[in-house]
Ligand binder design. Structure first.
Ligand SMILES: Cc1cc2nc3c(=O)[nH]c(=O)nc-3n(C[C@H](O)[C@H](O)[C@H](O)COP(=O)(O)OP(=O)(O)OC[C@H]3O[C@@H](n4cnc5c(N)ncnc54)[C@H](O)[C@@H]3O)c2cc1C
Length: 395
């Protein structure tokens, strides 16, 4: 899939973090801008970060006028990525349903539906009978603790195979001559006269024309090496998977009120996720209270699942920003230090478009319009984006 290389003394671009964002950026730098002297370094195996731990939901029914076109462009790139990478990514556009259990969440989802439609995204409010047609097995009783009142239905949303995306990009990068260096930990960055000149690793020093930070949950630690403070805090996010069941759920279900989301894989397992753990940590271990929470809330929606067994539980770490939107752009302090971070609990779906935009920025020096609102300078100028309502639980 990809070859082993000795580290060379210098590269045009060094990308730190070989998750889906680092890989997508390397792929686009090679494919669209002809750059080849690129090193992707990762302290671990490929996909060891959130890219190999997420619940693989893709959608574009965001809330803000900046977020919606960005995520929609990504979804459209995902639709043809299997063909482009010649690798079946098992993308199933089964639809995505966000439940409302209160009048205020009905209002919030209605705003999203209207914004989505205004920007050409297929998304609309549906009532309880139509929800019943889509998911007849879900508890729609008026006597439930949190009865379902309506839902935001987004037919093009769905699930993909996350490992396949990582491996598909990695194989394509390798075929172009981009070097992938797993088990290469960055331990320091030298900055001279406002430029990052060298990357220090456990396998030696590299000089770099440009450096791109794509380390998600670890991104503030890498930026700090270059003297840059990021408004990012890292929280664990957990998920679990059940034993396989006969197919009964052909749509992704999300409930922000119940802090839970559920989908069924092609193998029949239920993938169940939660909101972020309420404390900051770099620990990637599952905990019993979160498992109990995921089980309890799943049973509110599907009481008939009370006897099923959990196969696995795990955690990844997420780089949370104050406005639940990413930070994409070049550092105002270090002129050749680029960032594609702040992906929180929702970054997997964004990789194709952020990789494309990041590559264009690095290769041409000009930020594409689509990423301008996500600039790192927005925190200084007070231009924060309000994406929390569409990004907190509905990954
Ligand atoms: C449980 C869970 C569920 C999620 N569900 C979804 C979902 O359904 N849909 C969605 O869109 N998103 C989801 N996400 C979020 C998504 O997975 C992430 O936003 C995305 O994968 C981030 O990708 P990345 O490439 O930026 O970072 P990562 O995949 O985390 O990669 C960062 C890499 O940096 C490396 N690194 C760190 N420090 C160093 C160093 N010092 N030197 C070298 N390398 C280093 C790490 O080893 C790691 O491989 C979920 C996340 C989790 C944890």
């Amino acid at each position: 899939m990809w070859r082993h290389h000795e580290l060379r003394p210098s590269y045009d671009v060094v990308i730190i973090g070989a998750g889906v964002h680092g890989l997508a950026a390397a792929y686009c730098l090679g494919r669209e801008h002809g750059l080849r002297k690129i090193a992707l370094v990762d302290k671990n195996y490929l996909g060891a970060g959130a890219s190999g731990r997420n619940t693989a939901i893709l959608r574009s029914n965001y809330r803000t006028l900046e977020g919606i076109p960005f995520y929609d462009a990504s979804l459209k790139l995902y639709e043809r990525l299997s063909l482009e990478l010649e690798w079946n990514l098992l993308f199933s556009q089964c639809g995505h349903l966000t439940l409302a259990h209160s009048d205020s969440s009905v209002t919030g989802l209605r705003v999203r539906a209207e914004n989505n439609q205004l920007l050409g995204v297929n998304s609309r409010m549906i009532d309880v009978p139509e929800i019943g047609e889509l998911v007849p097995t879900m508890n729609r009783s008026r006597d439930a603790r949190y009865p379902i009142l309506a839902a935001l239905y987004h037919p093009p949303g769905g699930i993909i195979r996350h490992d396949a995306v990582v491996w598909g990009y990695a194989r394509a990068c390798d075929r172009m001559g981009v070097e992938i260096h797993p088990y290469t930990e960055v331990t320091g960055i030298t900055v001279e006269k406002g430029r990052a000149t060298r990357v220090l690793t456990n396998r030696g020093e590299i000089s770099a024309g440009s450096i791109l930070n794509t380390t998600a949950g670890w991104s503030s630690t890498i930026s700090k090496m270059a003297g840059i403070a990021l408004p990012i805090v890292t929280h664990p996010l957990q998920a679990c998977v059940t034993e396989p069941l006969k197919p009964f759920l052909n749509v992704v279900i999300v409930s922000a009120t119940l802090h839970v989301y559920i989908s069924q894989t092609d193998k029949g397992e239920l993938v169940i996720g939660a909101e972020i753990d309420p404390y900051q940590s770099y620990c990637m271990k599952g905990t019993l209270p979160t498992l109990e929470q995921m089980a309890t809330y799943t049973l509110e929606l599907f009481p008939q699942l009370h006897g099923i067994r959990i196969l696995r539980q795990w955690a990844g770490i997420c780089d949370m920003t104050p406005d639940f939107a990413p930070i994409i752009g070049v550092s105002p302090e270090v002129s050749n230090f680029y960032m594609d971070v702040g992906w929180g609990t929702y970054g997997f779906k964004a990789a194709p478009i952020s990789g494309k935009c990041m590559a264009e920025l690095i290769a041409t020096g000009k930020p594409p319009k689509l990423i301008e609102p996500f600039s790192p300078t927005r925190f200084g100028s007070g231009n924060l984006l309000g994406e929390k309502a569409a990004a907190a639980v509905s990954h």
